[in-house]
Design a binder for this molecule. Sequence first.
Ligand SMILES: *[C@@H]1O[C@H](CO)[C@@H](O)[C@H](O)[C@H]1NC(C)=O
Ligand SMILES: *[C@@H]1O[C@H](CO)[C@@H](O)[C@H](O)[C@H]1NC(C)=O
Length: 614
Amino acid sequence: MFTFRRRTLSRLIFITFFGLFLRWLLSPPPTHSKSQSHQIVEHNFIERATRPDKSLNVKRHPFLQSRMGRDERDDMFSALIQDGARDYWERFQLPYIINKDTASTDAQHVLTAIDQLLSLNGWVAALCPTLTRPFGQNKREGAYDDLIRENHLYYIAIVIHSADHFLVDQLAVIVQMAKRLGTDNLFVSMLDYDSNDSTETLTDLCEAVLTLLGVPFRIRRVPGMTQDPSAAYYPLEEAHMRNLALEPLQELQLKRNIKFARVIWLKGFTCPNDILETIKISFANEAAMVCGMDWAEHNGFFIFSDRWRTRDIEGDQFRQSKSSSKPDAVPPRDKQGAIRYAQHLPFQVFCCESGTHVVDPSQSYYKGVSYRSGTDYQNLSRSESVGLREPDAPCLDSSQAWFCRDLWVRSARDAMNEVDLANGAAAMRKRDVIEVAARDPMMDGALKARRDAGAAAVPVKPRDAVKVQVGSGEEEVNDDATDRRKKGKADEDANAGSDYDAMSVEDGGEIVPPPEVGRLSIPNSVFRPARILVNPRCPTTYAGVSHTQLARDLFGEGDDDALHIVGKYVLEDWEGAPESFVCQEQRQTGGRKATKTQRRLGFSIHDELQRPPV
Ligand SMILES: *[C@@H]1O[C@H](CO)[C@@H](O)[C@H](O)[C@H]1NC(C)=O
Ligand SMILES: *[C@@H]1O[C@H](CO)[C@@H](O)[C@H](O)[C@H]1NC(C)=O
C-alpha cells in the first residue's frame, strides 16, 4: 500500500528546496526580452535554403525550453529563499569551483543527484518493474529496443488543474521515458490551469530537472476562463486546456517543420513500460488513439473509473466494474470487447480517454482536428430562459467525446478523399458514398468479408436493448460508489480519477432508453473506421491505490504461455461506428460538478459528412 510516509514527505520537501535552489541558480537575471523567450524561432533564410535543423537540441535552440505565465511577484518567503540559496552557493559551491574542470564535475554531481532522486526510489513508480503483467513484458529485457531504435519524436502533454499529488511521479515517469527514448526525442508540454495548490512550486521543480537533463519543454500557467469557477462550463474548459497544451506542437510544425510521431497525454499515474507498450500498440495498429484503463480504489476494491468519456464499440457506457470482476461483468459491454479484455488484448472502442492515452497527430491534430465542446449550454449566471432543446440536438458531453466523433468523421472523410484523388475525380456526389467506401482499400476486414459473402447492402446490426444486467459483485460496487458520492469527500476528485463526475444508477446513470432514431439510410459500417483502441494492460491509477493488488486482480499471477499468441498487438477486424451512443451531458454551467443528464443519441457519419468540416 502506497502511503505518504514521513520519509517520502521529507524527500518531497528536500526535492522542493533543491528545485527552488536550482531555479534560483538557473534563472537568468530579469531582462526585458524575457517575455519573448518562449517563442519558437522560425528557420531563417539561410537555414531554409540549406538543410534546416529539425532537431530538438536545447543547447543549440534555447527557445525549446520555456516558461510562461509564472507568477514572479515576491511573496513573504522570497527573501528567505533567496538568502538561503545565495548562502548555499557562496559557502558550499563557489569555493570548490576552481577551474573549468571542476565546474563540469559539479554539473556531474547535480546530474547524479537528480538521477538518485528520480530513480523512482520511494515513489509509486518504484513498484513498476515488479508488478505483474501478462506476456512477461516486464521481465523481458530489450522488449522496447525496436521502438527505441526507430528514433521517433514524442510529445508529452500534461494538464494540471490543482492536482499536484501526481506531478512528482509524472516527472519521474518523464525522466524514465527520456532516458529510454533519448532526451532529444521528447518535448514536454505542461499546462497549469489555474491551480491553487502547490502545483506552481512543483512545476518549478519540473523546470529545473528538465533544464538540467536537456529535455525540451514549455511549462505554462494560465488563469481560469471565468472568475467564478461555478460560472464555468467544464467541457469548454477541457477543450481550452488541451488546445493550449498542444500549442507548441502546432508551432514546432509551422515554424520548424518538426513533426511528432505520437502525442502522449499523461494523466494520473501510469508505469513507463505500460506507456511504451501502448505506443507500440499504437504503431502496430496505425491507431488514431490508444487509451489505457483508469482504476480508482475504494474500500479495498478497484473500480473502472472513466465512465464519462469511454464508450464501447456499440456506443454503450463501460461498467463500473471491479478489477476482479467475473467475465460477464467486465468494463466493456460489447461481446468482442469483453472477450479481448479477458485475454488482456487491445480492443476497439467508440471513444476513450481513461487515463494516459496516445494519439497519432497525423490522423488528428496535424489535420486540423482540435478539442471542442458543445455551445448551446445554459449559463446559470445569466438567468436566461431555457430554450427547448430538440431530442436530437448535439450532445453536450465531454470534449474528449467530441474529439472521438471528430476522429470517426475525419477518418471517413479522409478515406473518401483518398479514393477521390486516386480516381482523379474532381468532384464526388454524395450518393457515391457507398460505392466509394466499398472500393476503399483500407476498409475493415469484417466488412469486406460481409460484402464478399454477397450482402449487397450491409445490414444494420440489430442492437440488443440496452444491457443493464450487472453481476452481483458489481452492484455492490455501485452501492459503494453511490455512498461515496453522497458523502462528498473533499479530495474525492483526487482519488476517484476522472470518473468522479459519473452518475449513479438512481440518478439514471445506468439505464438509457434506445433513441428515437430510424435505421440509417447509409449505415456507418460502410465508412472507414477510426482506429480507437483500449489497451487493458496499461492501467492508470491514483495515489492510494495498491498497485500490486490491482495488478494481481487484473492479470493473475502472470501467464507466459500467452507469449506465443500471434498478433497480440494487432486487431484484425475493425468495426464501423455505432449508430447510436450513450450521451451523458452537462447542459448547464456549474464547473466540473454540474449535474449530468443522459440520453441515447443517434450517430450517422453520413449526416456528419454533410456538415462543413471543422
Ligand atoms: C482554490 O482554493 C479554494 C480555497 O482557498 C477552494 O475552495 C477551491 O476549491 C480551490 N480551487 C481549486 C480548483 O482547487
Ligand atoms: C456565464 O455568464 C457569466 C456572467 O455573464 C460570465 O462571466 C461567464 O463567463 C459565463 N460562462 C460561460 C461558460 O460562458
